[in-house]
Design a protein around this ligand. Structure first.
Ligand code: PBG
Length: 326
């Protein structure tokens, strides 16, 4: 007890604090989301995600190359298409000429070692904006599974290393695993959005991806923010179905879930610091209310401290350009 015990002894200098720091991370632990559109030479700012762009496949490949040179080792691709190309079942999601498929090829040519992850979901491609087959009242689980298989296999054919289903249909991990294996893609990994909550924090993303549901919400398939045990069941099921990595999303409001999943599984654990978390940080920083570098760093420190191995974040460029350095 005090005065023999003095916690401040190990906090006296930067070097001492560094020596006893319990959490370490670097840009190699971060995954960069990229929003891909059709065309060539397109790089348009996304108003809801300051610092991010809608990019054509060639521009996405250039961005991936720049990120690689800065130490980022993985990208997560989302496709964005015009409303008139959308249909009831989101068939543009498995069009081999689609922006994600083209970007996979372009990134592979420009930066072959970059790990290419794709979001497997229909919401950016359906006219109603839901993540599956929708009858105007509900999203049909089992009818959606074969469509997800087609998306995943089409991404594998175009060169994805990891496919990440984000739809929250039951049974989709096993379904996609079987589809990949029978199409000859047994070495393509599955990152399951295992504990994905029905969150208000996806707002800026949905504006960026044009994927806000036209009617209703996603509460019938995404998880209730009040439930932790349910999230663990989702993770258990995805692990049993053959997921290679599991995700918790969003990150900061769900640090307890990250911790509990960490203690429960031996799989690599990915956390997604989503668009609304980024927007909150950046707007408070822009308003001069909090210090930018410290707040961004602390947000990532907290997610890694909770137990994440990897973090998907809109802060990749900032971190890799020296922001992460203390
Ligand atoms: C679904 C998907 C969403 C996000 C990633 N994949 C949106 C949703 O579920 O409504 C959100 C990511 C973010 O907010 O940064 N394809």
């Amino acid at each position: 007890m005090f005065p023999q015990v003095r916690m401040r002894r190990l906090r006296r200098t930067d070097a001492l604090r560094e020596l006893v720091a319990e959490t370490h991370w670097d840009p190699g632990r971060l995954v960069a989301p990229l929003f891909v559109v059709a065309g060539r030479g397109v790089k348009r700012p996304i108003t809801t995600l300051p610092g991010h762009h809608h990019m054509s496949p060639d521009a996405a490949a250039e961005e991936a190359r720049a990120l690689w040179d800065l130490g980022i080792r993985a990208v997560l691709l989302f496709g964005v298409i015009p409303d008139e190309e959308k249909d009831d079942v989101g068939s543009a999601a498995f069009d081999p000429q689609g922006p994600v498929h083209q970007a996979l090829g372009a990134i592979a040519r420009a930066t072959p070692r970059m790990v290419r992850i794709t979001d497997v979901c229909l919401d950016e491609y359906t006219s109603h904006g839901h993540c599956g087959v929708f009858d105007g009242r509900e999203v049909h689980n089992d009818a959606t599974l074969p469509l997800l298989d087609r998306v995943a296999v089409s991404h594998a054919e175009a060169g994805a290393d990891i496919v990440a289903p984000s739809d929250m249909m039951d049974g989709r991990v096993a379904h996609i695993r079987a589809a990949l294996d029978s199409a000859g893609f047994s070495s393509v990994a599955i990152l399951a959005y295992a504990a994905k909550f029905a969150s208000a924090f996806y707002g800026p993303f949905r504006a960026a991806a044009g994927s806000t549901p036209a009617v209703g919400d996603r509460c019938g398939y995404q998880e209730d923010p009040r439930n932790a045990r349910e999230a663990l069941r989702e993770v258990d099921l995805d692990v049993a179905e053959g997921a290679d990595l599991v995700m918790v999303k969003p990150a900061m409001p769900y640090l307890d879930i990250i911790r509990r999943v960490r203690e429960r599984t031996l799989l690599p654990l990915v956390a997604y610091q989503v668009s609304g978390e980024y927007a909150m940080l950046e707007s408070a920083i822009a308003a001069g209310l909090i210090d930018g570098d410290r707040a961004r760093r602390e947000s990532l420190d907290a997610i890694f401290r909770a137990g994440a191995d990897l973090v998907i974040t809109y802060l990749c460029r900032w971190a890799a350009q020296g922001g992460a350095a203390r």
